[in-house]
Every structure is written in C-alpha cells, then in structure tokens.
Ligand binder design. Structure first.
Ligand code: ADP
Ligand code: MG
Length: 395
C-alpha cells in the first residue's frame, strides 16, 4: 500500500536517536487516578516499537485545558498508570529541567514530557514553542489522530521542523479512513444518526456527494420527515431547518445518492425507561407522541441495503439508545453490519462518542473493520475537511 505519509517503516535506524512522539494521553481522571486507560493503551504499538529499536522516546501530550500551569494539569499524575500500561519504566520530565533530564537518557528509554499546554503558545502554534520542542529531539512522530484537527505546535508545527512520520495508531486510523471514504469500494452506505441535524450539516452535505446510500436515523430523521410534511408530534425536531433538509435531499438526488428515512418508528408519550410504546407508520404519530427509535420494518430494509454494499461509514445512533427499549434499531443494524463485516463482504468504519458507546452496547465494536475513538477529528474528517496534523505529515 502506498501512502501519502511516512510511517515508522521509513525511519531507518533510530538507535540512539531522540524521537519526539506526539500521543493523546488526555485520559479521564477520577479521585486522582486514571479512570479509563484506553488512550494509554493505544500508544503501546508506537512507543514500544521505538523503544525496542533503541530510540530515546520523548512522549509529548496535552492534558486537560489549563489556563496556567498547575499540579492538577501535570502529566506526572498519569506517569504511574502509563508505566503499568507500557510494562516499562517511564521517566517524567518537567519543562524546567528538560534538556538536562533528556541528556541523561539512554537508548530504549522512555520519557514523558510535561503537559504541552503549559506553554501558552502551544495552541497558537507559536514558532518559538515549536522551536523549543524541536530542539529536544531529532525526529518527530505524530501518533495522535484525535488531536490532528488542531494546528498546534506539537500536532502540526513540529512536522515542519523535523523529519515527520505517522505512528502506528495514526497509520491504522488513516488507512481505515482512506478505505472508507478516500477510495472506497462501491456501493458505499453511510449511517448518520444522533440528536440534531444542526450539529452534522456539513457531514450530510459532504456525504451526499460521496456515498450511494445515506441512511438517516435518530432525532435528525425527524427534521427530514417534518420537512416532507410528516407530523412528528412532540419529537425532537428542528423545524426551522426544513429548508436545509430539502436542500440536502435535492443535492442527494443530483448526486445519485439514495436517502433512506424510516417509514416505521417507535413512539412513546414519555421519555423514560420502558414506557408504554407503539410501533407505527411515520404518518400515524399522534400529537402527544415522540419518535424515539427507528421501527423494525425499516431496520430490516436497511439491513438489505447493507447486504448490497461493500463499504459502510457510521456516525450517530438510530435512536435514543441509552434508554430501553429505544436501543433496538441501533443494536439490530449494528449486529447486521458486524456480521457482514466478519463474513468479509463489508468494510465498516464507525466513529463518534455516542456511536462507540452504542456499538459497545451492541457487543459488535470488535467486529467492525475500524472504530475510531477520535470524536472531533473523526467528525471533521466526515465533513471532508483536511486535518492540519495529517496534512503536515503528507507534505
Ligand atoms: P455521536 O456522539 O456518536 O456523534 P450524537 O452525539 O450526534 O452521536 O447523538 C447521540 C445522541 O442522540 C444520543 O444521546 C441519543 O440518545 C440521541 N438520539 C438519537 N435518536 C434520538 C431521538 N429519536 N430522540 C432523541 N434523542 C435521540
Ligand atoms: Mg455525542
């Protein structure tokens, strides 16, 4: 596979070289301890490989949103958990004594540098901060896709001053995204769900020009249904966006993209766990009812659509999946997609905070080809935007 960026395979002999590795270590904390080490684990491939190859590994990361340096934003809080995840010792390095501490390191050592955001110029991509970081290393690896939508000193600027490479996690993410929307095998389906159309307008506009089938679910579907004259009762709905929904439908038609809206839905008059529900045609929603999930007949039809597709991108649940029984459509369609992927007929890529939670809830996250945990960066990619951190690697 030829890639528009260099990877660890292109670095040559790194033994004894100081390699700055940008990772995402912005883990959630609870009571002073790391509450979820998923992000720490995601760095293991790159950091482990470089250490094994004899590099002096200097990990760069931000932690929280500090207005000024303070102990509650220090990456020292993460060092112990990071050592446990890596199964190797990690030397925490404060900015005040960074040069001296780094000079003491040996090939194969791993250092965790203090929060990059302790420099006010980090988020401004200030050339002086870029130079300060660059002076500490000889090579630069960006392994933090989730921070690649930001042009910061440690995510973008460094790639201009040092030879730059994508880390293993970044490489896997970019490969998966290229397969899904870069040069995908057709037919391509996109599932876009979630709460609001307004948060995903640019995603929808980009996808209609790219995919063969656009499946709209969740609260967003209500706005599209209302724009077509359907009475959606008390459903979550952005009535003022009817013209935008019409514009997206028209753009889809011009591009030969089939838009799938649900024709049966699950409704309730109260939004809570296990309320009385009705499954009805979209034209039978009563004035006091809310649409909270896509109906089973629509899910079956959508499953048939997926069976004829080679590629799927998915962002956003089909219903209010956190509340039973409104998880049913999301779970059912996710299981169909997972099974088609395991059978080898479908490349499936999904992302988004709630989408990842929904796929985990359905028990199919590991059946998908790739599940991105990158949140904002994943959505910007779905909007077709160039991510500065990735662009800097592909120059
Ligand atoms: P993601 O984080 O994956 O991008 P979103 O944040 O856009 O997804 O949307 C997820 C939210 O949308 C969930 O909290 C879910 O409950 C809500 N949602 C989905 N369908 C409906 C609906 N019909 N009515 C109300 N909320 C819905
Ligand atoms: Mg969300």
């Amino acid at each position: 596979m030829t890639r528009p960026f260099k990877t660890l395979d292109d670095m040559g002999d790194v033994a004894g070289k100081r390699v700055l590795v940008r990772e995402d270590l912005n883990v959630p904390m609870a009571g002073g301890a790391v509450a979820d080490d998923t992000r720490l684990r995601a760095t293991l491939a790159t950091v482990g490989e470089l250490a094994d190859r004899g590099a002096i590994v200097l990990v760069l990361a931000h932690f929280g949103r500090p207005k000024a340096p303070g102990p509650e934003f220090s990456l020292a809080l993460v060092t112990k958990a990071y050592e446990q995840v890596l199964g190797r010792s990690v030397r925490f390095v404060d900015w005040g004594s960074a040069e001296a501490a780094i000079a003491m390191l040996s090939p194969g050592d791993i250092a965790l540098l203090e929060n990059t955001r302790f420099f006010p110029g980090e988020e401004k991509n200030d050339p002086q901060v870029v130079e300060r970081f660059a002076s500490l290393g000889e090579l630069y690896v960006n392994d933090a896709f989730s921070a690649a939508h930001r042009a910061h000193a440690s995510t973008e600027g460094l790639a201009h001053l040092l030879p730059a490479f994508a880390g293993r996690a970044m490489e896997a993410e970019l490969d998966a995204l290229a397969k899904a929307l870069g040069s995908p095998e057709h037919p391509v389906a996109a599932v876009v769900g979630g709460a609001k159309v307004s948060s995903k307008l640019d995603v929808l506009r980009h996808l209609v020009a790219k995919v063969d089938h656009l499946i709209i679910g969740g609260g967003m579907a209500n706005t599209f249904l209302a724009a077509r004259g359907v009475n959606v009762g008390k459903s979550l709905c952005e009535h003022d966006l009817a013209p935008v929904a019409d514009e997206i439908m028209a753009a889809a038609e011009r591009a030969g993209c089939t838009v799938h809206l649900p024709y049966d839905v699950v409704v309730a008059t109260e939004f809570r766990s296990d309320p009385p529900t009705r499954t009805v045609n979209v034209h039978e929603v009563a004035a006091d009812e809310m649409i909270l999930d896509v109906g089973p007949a629509a899910v079956e039809a959508l499953g048939d659509v997926l069976k004829n597709c080679r590629t799927l991108v998915w962002n956003g649940p089909l219903g209010a999946f956190e509340t039973t029984p409104f998880d049913r459509a999301t779970v059912a369609l996710a299981r169909i997609a997972g099974a088609l992927t395991v059978d080898g007929g479908l490349v499936s890529v999904a992302g988004g905070g709630d989408t990842v939670a929904a796929l985990n809830h359905a028990g199919v996250a590991d059946q998908f080809t790739f599940v991105s945990t990158a949140g904002g960066a994943f959505l910007e990619w779905m909007e077709g935007r160039e991510l500065p951190g990735v662009a800097a690697l592909t120059r």
